[in-house]
Design a protein around this ligand. Structure first.
Ligand SMILES: [Fe+2]
Ligand SMILES: [Fe+2]
Length: 454
C-alpha cells in the first residue's frame, strides 16, 4: 500500500509511489527519491499531498508491458538476499570517492538504489541477462552496474519518467555484448576496423535481445542508441540532436564516464576530473545541461572550473585531490587567497558556473591562428589582411592587454626576425609602418572605451 503524506510529513529518503501531475504536466515521476529539490518543486506547484512507498513496496508503473512483481511476499526469500549481496559486492567494486565523490555517503540514496536494483532484478529476463553477462565478462557486468547506479542517480536529478524502467535499461544497455567473444571484448592490442565493426554490432544485438524477450520499446531504444552523439558522430544511425531523447542523452554521459574511469584489465583508469574535462571538451557530443547536472551530482569539478559555493561566494578550482576530488583547493574570485573546502563540508560546491579552461583553450588555438596570419601579413605588407586578423586577435582583450599581448609582442617578433636574418630591410620597414597603423587604431579604441565608462 502506498502512504498518502502531507508535504510537511515528507522525509528525505521517501520515494514517490506514483507520478505527480499538475494541470496535465508531469512534475515528478513515480520512483523519484524525495530530496530538497523535489520538495521545493512540490511547494512551488502548490501540491499538498503525495503518495509515497511503504517499506518493501514496489514502484507503480504505467508500463503495462513490464509487469513489476510485488516484492512483499518474497522480501526475505533467498533470491532477494542473494540480489542484495550482489548489489553490495558490485558496489564495493565500482564505488569509491575518487569516482563518485560523496554522493553515496547519503544513506537514503544508497537504500533507494539498493531497492531499485532488487526491484529490476525481480524480472527474470533482466536478471538472467545480467548473470550471463557477468559470467561472460566481468568488466562488462561491472560497467553495466556502474551505469545503472550513475544513470539512475542522474535520471532522478533531471526528472525522468518511469525511472525504474530506465534503471533496468541502464543495467542491460550493453547486453548485445553477450554475442561478442570475450577475447574481442578484452583485446589489448590495437583494434582493427573489422574488430570495431563487430564491437559496434552489440547495439543491434541488444535490439534482437529486447525483441526476443518482448520488453517495452524503451529497452530497444537504449540498447540501440546509447552510442549516438548529439553532433551526429555516434552509431549505429548517426542520429543528431533533435532525434536524441533525454534518456539517450543521460546514457551518453554516464556510459562514457564509466568507460573512462573504471579500471580495465589492460589499462589504468582515467581520473574522474580528466574524464569530466574530456566530456566538457566534447560538449557538442554531449548534452551540456545534463553534463553540468552530472558534475554537480558528483561534486567533482575539474581545475579551472568556476563554481558557486554554498556560502554564496564564487571561486576558481585550483587543485583537485585525486582521492577526494570533492574537496579541491579553491581561490575566491577577486582574491589571491587559496583554501581547501573544510573536512566537515560545512561549505560545499553546489553549483558549476563554467569551465574557464575550455574557453581559454578554444580561444588560445584560434588566437594562435590569428596571430600567425596577422604577423606574416604584416611583414609581407598586406596590411588589410593583417588588420582583419588583428581585429580577431584583440577580440575580448582590454586596451592594456592589446598593448602588451599584441603591440609589444609584434615589436619583439620583428626584432627577433631581424636579428636572426629572417627579414629584409623592406620587410622590416613595412612591419614598422604596420605597427604605427595599429597604434592609431588603439588610440581610437581607447577614446571609445572611455566614453562607455562615463
Ligand atoms: Fe555500449
Ligand atoms: Fe556501455
Amino acid at each position: 500500500m502506498a502512504l498518502v503524506k502531507e508535504l510537511g510529513d515528507l522525509v528525505k529518503g521517501d520515494i514517490l509511489y506514483s507520478d505527480v501531475y499538475k494541470n496535465g504536466t508531469l512534475l515528478l515521476s513515480g520512483g523519484t527519491l524525495i530530496n530538497r529539490t523535489a520538495i521545493e518543486k512540490l511547494i512551488n506547484w502548490n501540491i499538498s499531498t503525495v503518495e509515497v512507498l511503504e517499506a518493501g513496496e514496489s514502484i507503480q508503473t504505467n508500463q503495462d508491458t513490464w509487469e513489476v512483481k510485488k516484492k512483499t511476499s518474497i522480501l526475505y526469500s533467498k533470491g532477494i538476499l542473494s540480489t542484495k549481496k550482489l548489489f553490495y559486492d558490485s558496489l564495493i567494486y565500482v564505488v569509491n570517492e575518487s569516482r563518485y565523490g560523496y554522493v553515496l555517503h547519503d544513506n537514503d540514496k544508497l537504500m533507494w538504489l539498493e531497492n531499485l536494483f532488487i526491484h529490476v532484478m525481480e524480472d527474470d529476463r533482466i536478471s538472467n541477462a545480467v548473470f550471463n553477462l557477468k559470467k561472460l565478462d566481468s568488466y562488462s557486468y561491472y560497467h553495466s552496474f556502474d551505469v545503472f547506479l550513475l544513470g539512475s542517480l542522474l535520471a532522478n536529478e533531471v526528472g525522468i519518467r518511469e525511472l525504474d524502467i530506465f534503471a533496468a535499461c541502464c543495467l542491460v544497455h550493453d547486453i548485445g555484448k553477450l554475442q561478442i567473444s570475450k577475447e574481442l571484448l578484452n583485446k589489448e592490442e590495437k583494434l582493427t576496423k573489422s574488430d570495431f565493426d563487430i564491437l559496434k554490432s552489440h547495439t543491434m544485438e541488444g535490439v534482437t535481445w529486447t525483441k526476443k524477450n518482448k520488453l517495452p520499446k524503451i529497452f530497444e531504444t537504449i540498447c540501440k542508441s546509447h552510442h549516438e552523439r548529439l553532433d551526429g558522430s555516434g552509431y549505429p544511425n548517426g542520429l543528431t540532436d533533435k532525434d536524441i531523447s533525454k534518456e539517450i542523452r543521460i546514457m551518453g554521459i554516464v556510459d562514457s564516464y564509466s568507460a573512462l574511469t573504471l579500471k580495465r584489465s589492460y589499462r589504468e583508469p582515467i581520473l574522474a576530473t580528466k574524464a569530466i574535462e574530456l566530456l566538457l571538451n566534447k560538449k557538442k557530443k554531449y548534452d551540456l545541461m545534463y553534463l553540468i547536472t552530472f558534475i554537480e551530482l558528483l561534486n567533482i569539478y575539474p581545475p579551472d572550473s568556476i563554481v558557486k559555493l554554498s556560502n554564496g561566494k564564487k571561486a576558481r578550482v585550483k587543485v583537485v585531490n585525486d582521492q577526494q576530488p570533492y574537496r579541491p583547493t579553491l581561490q575566491e574570485l577577486g582574491s589571491s587567497v587559496t583554501f581547501e573546502l573544510p573536512t566537515n563540508l560545512s561549505v560545499t560546491i553546489p553549483k558549476f558556473i563554467r569551465w574557464d579552461h575550455v574557453e581559454q583553450e578554444a580561444v588560445g588555438s584560434k588566437r594562435e591562428q590569428y596571430w600567425n596570419l596577422y604577423i606574416n601579413n604584416l611583414i609581407a605588407g598586406d596590411w588589410e589582411t593583417a588588420f582583419e586578423n588583428y581585429k580577431n586577435l584583440i577580440d575580448g582583450l582590454t586596451v592594456e592587454n592589446v598593448f602588451i599581448d599584441v603591440v609589444v609582442k609584434t615589436i619583439k617578433e620583428i626584432d627577433l626576425r631581424w636579428d636572426t636574418g629572417q627579414l629584409s630591410v623592406g620587410e622590416e620597414h613595412d612591419a614598422l609602418l604596420g605597427i604605427q597603423q595599429i597604434l592609431q587604431h588603439m588610440h581610437k579604441e581607447q577614446a571609445m572605451y572611455t566614453d562607455t565608462q562615463r
